[in-house]
Design a binder for this molecule. Sequence first.
Ligand code: PAF
Length: 282
Amino acid sequence: MKIHNSKSSLESTLLPFKKNKNSIGFVPTMGALHKGHLSLVKKALKENDCVVVSVFINPTQFDNPADLEKYPRTLENDLILLNSISEKIIVFSPVASELYSQNISSKSYVFSGIEQEMEGKHRAGHFDGVGTVLNLLFKAVTPSKAYFGEKDFQQLLIVKELVKIERLPVNIIGCPIVREKNGLAMSSRNKRLSKEEFEKAALIYGVLMKVKEKFHNLSFENLNKLVEDEFKKSDFFTLEYFEIANSSTLKTDVVKLKNIKYRAFIACFIGGVRLIDNMALN
Ligand code: PAF
């Protein structure tokens, strides 16, 4: 498996593929790989002639320095996992000054207003950082298709906007959430949960399933109340937000509108760990 730390060495490895008009699949990650990432990599391998996986913890998308510091770093294990799937995977793992060409700062983006909802409200500058790093990564990797998990559903919509804004010729593919046996959405942050917290975190999926079951019978107001009550019952969690939103605009409605696809979104803290999840409701 080839591991590149510089844009120029990645470029030379990709050159023959580009000359032959081969398709390049791309899975951007911040490492601490889990089965969710691996499902994206496997799909990319099936659908492309070559696959690049980036492992880069992007400093500009963290609004909280402690969160950046605590983000799990497991490069050695990540490489073993990727190699066990395919030795052909090309890994791109630059340092920040290399990827950003010394200027480690974010561009400012307007993603049709999607950036102002949920994660955008609670994590200042987060989507500017995500947009900036993905623009740099897409330019370095020049993928035909790039793969993103629906766990970060808002990020997926933002990336679709980004490629329009930056006119990048890449097809953005959203992939279903991969869950633990207890329903917890797979996330690199789960590595920071104690055994007890991990078990308790099943509540998030449980609550989303309850909302889905009751979606047709209860009003938005009552569904919101149901979720708040569930979280109040537990000492372990702090609910940051729960929203039922239009799955294309991420705006909320006061009453359910016909022909609109809704999705429930949740962000909460368990101990010091922030977890997010979402689910399609209709
Ligand atoms: O979802 C992530 O892991 C990150 O936001 C991404 C897309 C790799 C950009 O840093």
